[in-house]
Design a protein around this ligand. Sequence first.
Ligand code: AMP
Length: 554
Amino acid sequence: MDIIGIDLGTTNSVATVYTDDGLKHISFDGDFLLPSVVNVGSNGVIVGIKAKNMAMIEENNTAISIKRLMGSDTKITLNGKKFTPEEVSSFIIKRIKETTEQEMGMEYKRCVVTVPAYFNENQREATAQAVKLAGLEILRIINEPTSASIAYGANRDEDILYGIYDLGGGTFDISIIENSQGVIEVLSTTGDNRLGGDDFDEKLSTLIWKKSGFDIPLTNKLKIKLNQLSERTKVALSTEESVDIDEKFFATKDGEPLHLNLSVTKEEFENLIEKDIDRTVELLLETIEESNSDIDEIDAIILTGGSSRIPLISHKIFEKIGKLPILIEDPDKSVSIGAILQGAIIDGEDIDSILVDITPYSLGTSTLDNNYSFDLKLSKIILKNTSVPTSKTSRYYAVSDFQKMFEIDIYQGEDEEELDENVKIGDMLLEVKEPVENGAIDITFSLNQDGMLSVVGREINTGEIINGEFKTIISKSTKHSEVKKIDILNEHDKIIISKIDRVLDSNILEEDKEDLRELKKKYISAKSEDDKASLEEEIIDSIFFLEDAITDGV
Ligand code: AMP
């Protein structure tokens, strides 16, 4: 089967394939987690742990958490070249495709890719484009919590009603799911596509910086280093009451090294994130209500996504719901497992499971409030929590007699009164052939199983279908020719060595040169990729410090 199940995460991505011997997770530089980090160098692109390491010394060439920008028209400049978020994402997918093919010894042409349930039309469209740019055909886009529920529920015999609480690096999703006689049915979904572990890292970074007492500007470079340290500290605080941070040569001031030495307690960290966690639990309660179930009927709350390992989450859920949540088996892998299982089902494998997913938000168009005012309201056409695929039609009347053009603005959201509270996802212009007095058109919104929208109109008096070009924020005509010219580099030893040589050529102290030469020797003779990866971290750390010292004029 030439299908890859791809969990394209904010922080890490995971890829799983289906083999005769069962599921297989692809290994990237010795780990199944591929950091979703992209470094654009002059020779090509590096994706993964090596790019993450490079972020410290080449912050201007490195993109992190690109998923947060998906669906926006922001351009990212890397190594002097401008990229769209979908182009940067396509590098990650291309790396996944190439590594999978190397590891499995065959070509992979198709994939099922996951997105946060709360991703809007533009974000889904951008993801679909990224997949295409990477040279893969997209078989299906599925929602992450739904995917996790397939991993949890496929081939499960008992009927159960449960919540999937999915808190990852950049997004939060919650779904209430019913498993009944092999049908996995999503009843309701809510979320926040801008909340996740990255936010906790930022908050912890601010605290650590405050506690450091360092009286120097927080440069971009230092910020990346600080964020990486915060992430490690945060993860440790999931199991420890307190973490001691002792980072020698963390920064420099006037050529003198600054050592970072402090401790952070779990309580301090929990105070920083408590409001965010409370909000997720409130959303959980809302989602249960929207599923028309009672809290007592919910059999379990299943936690997935890396950030759900934070113990405060289980405590808060227990406090509100009276049930201790269960961490899904393999929380880092479950989304990609669900994706490949769905791919296998589509491909005709014998997996006892049917999926019924829903749209997590309402879709509609703006209409005038009444004849006497120019206030625009949201008129919903497809309602939140409707099963997909679906098609719904509403009739709209012209504002003037013999109106020829109907401008349809398309919105996603729930606020019918305040149009601006909703997200505009695109627009289209529909032209009627035979304008009449008191004209009207029917507008049909269709959502496919990927949660992607198409819109058509129908002229009432002629009955003719009117097609218009549905323009989303993601310009479908964006030229992506640049991408094809850039190679994904799996090897970047040469880059690391040239970086070392550049620092060795500068006027740093002889004893520092000696240490660096020693590291270079070890790096060149390292036997395994694992040894190389850990040495690389050490090398980047010293280059980071020494380059800082050079700029400081030592
Ligand atoms: P995901 O997008 O599901 O891969 O989740 C990634 C996020 O989970 C990142 O922000 C990680 O720092 C965070 N994470 C992973 N493990 C833990 C842990 N043990 N405690 C807290 N956060 C974690």
